[in-house]
Design a protein around this ligand. Structure first.
Ligand code: NAD
Length: 476
């Protein structure tokens, strides 16, 4: 049994709250760890450590700060298999995908280390002859990074790497469902010799520890990846102090298949995106719109592909495509949403029920006959369930895709370049994938429109989230 301690000011200590949470292996249904159930006193200790460390951390040169990111990447690479095993066990992520997440995270630290000598301020033309206007970029200060359970290791890096590189210090809270890999990383951070307090890890629930981190007077910025509901709570809790928030929230990505699309490519890309990690991914295809002339062919092919999706133990060899959902609550939610869709007239083309055996598994499911206004088409399922609706012309396809309170990702399948460029102009989403699966690159900018968030992560713009400007008017 793995028993975790808070990592505050460079030391592993017992939770000041004195309470613990159980961590479950979702596939085996066994308790595999105990993590601190931290509260406001833990938040206070961690934020004080981060605030005390921030001025001297920011005084180091950016290349020196980057050297610690490279050391973190090296630690991850040296422990890549054990980390992937821990990740696979704590969230039932199939081993190959867990390994991709770990390796991608090491690359991510190196990628942001590379920004040390690249990010810059500006010199702006003045109205006055003997004046220079300088725009400096300064770290925001102390960051509270609050992470979800679906990509706990990578999303942690999305907050740690740009904030440290920018000269901020941070307190990271993983989801109480998946703290194990994050705290294994805390041990590796200790091994890099990072100055005490620059990076702290605390475990606990969102409603207690998370809320205390957001409301604390020492928190200069909150970076949350999570649900729309948590985003709303955090905006409310940050209102009193006008704390900066960066929110990456849920999605309901449409995939549009036009009549001239390569149907086999579209089927493969949409299935891969819908079943990766059991469909529990913010950017994956959650609804498909298919031109009426190819609708029957598409439904037949995608149903066959979905019915062949393999699922089982995350450690099975050869690896299945997916495993258990994260917990019984998530399985109950997916099941209830499909039942309500059926009650409203949806037709189950394949799947439509819980799967037998270990874990909280749900069968890969295709639904037809859903209406645009139904819950299954409007709300995030976060499971391997895909409703498919027909359309007859371009304007209808775009209107249906845009008709959503979410605006994270979308995809378009077509061999007509003009049509694709027109769709890129008309779609109202932060990210669009053309003729490929839903998966972003670290050099892009992952940012949702509408209720999918405020701000974003990755690339140059992700780094800018952690920097604030200072303009100086210097007359000589
Ligand atoms: P969640 O909102 O339940 O929890 C996310 C984190 O927020 C957890 O650490 C939780 O403890 C904390 N939290 C919850 N309420 C809080 C509060 N009031 N104050 C402070 N902290 C609070 O989300 P989840 O179930 O862990 O993750 C799934 C959700 O995350 C999905 O909606 C998914 O789409 C979204 N997500 C989005 C992205 C993205 O990049 N946009 C990436 C991954 C996941």
């Amino acid at each position: 049994m793995n028993t975790l301690k808070q990592f505050i000011n460079g030391q592993f200590i017992d939770a000041l709250s004195g309470r613990q949470l159980e961590v479950e292996d979702p596939f085996e249904g066994k308790i595999i760890g105990l993590a601190p159930d931290g509260d406001a006193s833990d938040a206070d200790a961690a934020l004080r450590a981060a605030a005390a460390a921030q001025p001297s951390w920011a005084k180091k040169s950016a290349p020196e700060r980057a050297s610690y990111l490279r050391a973190m990447a090296a630690q991850i690479r040296a422990n890549r298999v054990e980390l992937a095993q821990t990740l696979a066990r704590e969230q039932a992520k199939v081993m190959p995908l867990a390994q991709v997440e770990i390796d991608f995270t090491a690359d991510y630290f190196e990628y942001y280390a590379g920004w040390a000598r690249i990010y810059e301020g500006e010199i702006i033309q003045s109205d006055r002859p003997n004046e220079n206007i300088f725009l400096f970029r300064k770290p925001i200060g102390v960051v509270a990074g609050i992470c979800p359970w679906n990509f706990p290791f990578f999303v942690m890096a999305r907050k740690v790497a740009p904030s440290l590189l920018a000269g901020c210090t941070a307190v990271i809270k993983p989801s109480s469902l998946t703290p194990l890999t994050t705290f294994a990383f805390a041990g590796m951070v200790e091994a890099t010799g990072l100055p005490a307090g620059a990076l702290n890890f605390v475990s606990g629930r969102g409603s207690t520890l998370g809320d205390a981190l957001v409301r604390h007077e020492l928190t200069d910025m909150v970076s949350l990846t999570g649900s729309v509901e948590a985003g709303r709570d955090i905006i409310r809790a940050s209102a009193d102090r006008i704390t900066k928030v960066s929110l990456e929230l849920g999605g309901k990505a449409p995939a549009i298949v036009f009549k001239d699309a390569d149907i086999d490519l579209a089927v493969k890309a949409i299935v891969d995106s819908r079943v990766i990690f059991g469909g529990q991914v913010c950017n994956c295809a959650e609804r498909a719109y298919v031109h009426a002339s190819v609708f029957d062919e598409f439904v037949e092919k995608i149903s066959l592909a979905m019915s062949k999706v393999s699922y089982g133990s995350p450690f099975a060899e050869p690896a299945p495509q997916m495993s258990s959902l994260i917990d019984s609550r998530q399985l109950d939610k997916v099941e209830a949403m499909v039942e309500r869709a059926i009650a409203e007239g949806a037709e189950v083309v394949t799947g439509g029920c819980r799967a037998e055996g270990s874990g909280y598994k749900y069968e890969p499911t295709i639904l037809a006959g859903c209406t645009q206004q139904s819950e299954i088409v409007q709300s995030e399922v976060f499971g391997p369930v895909l409703p498919i609706l027909p359309f007859t012309d371009y304007d209808e396809a775009i209107a249906l895709a845009n008709d959503s309170r979410y605006g994270l990702t979308s995809s378009v399948f077509s061999s007509n370049v003009s049509l694709v460029m027109q769709a890129l102009k008309d779609l109202r989403f932060g990210e669009t994938y053309v003729n490929r699966e839903h998966f972003e690159g670290m050099q892009g900018f992952h940012a949702g429109w509408r209720q999918s968030g405020i701000g974003g992560a990755d690339g140059k713009h992700g780094l800018m989230e952690y920097l604030q400007s200072q303009v100086a008017y210097v007359q000589y």
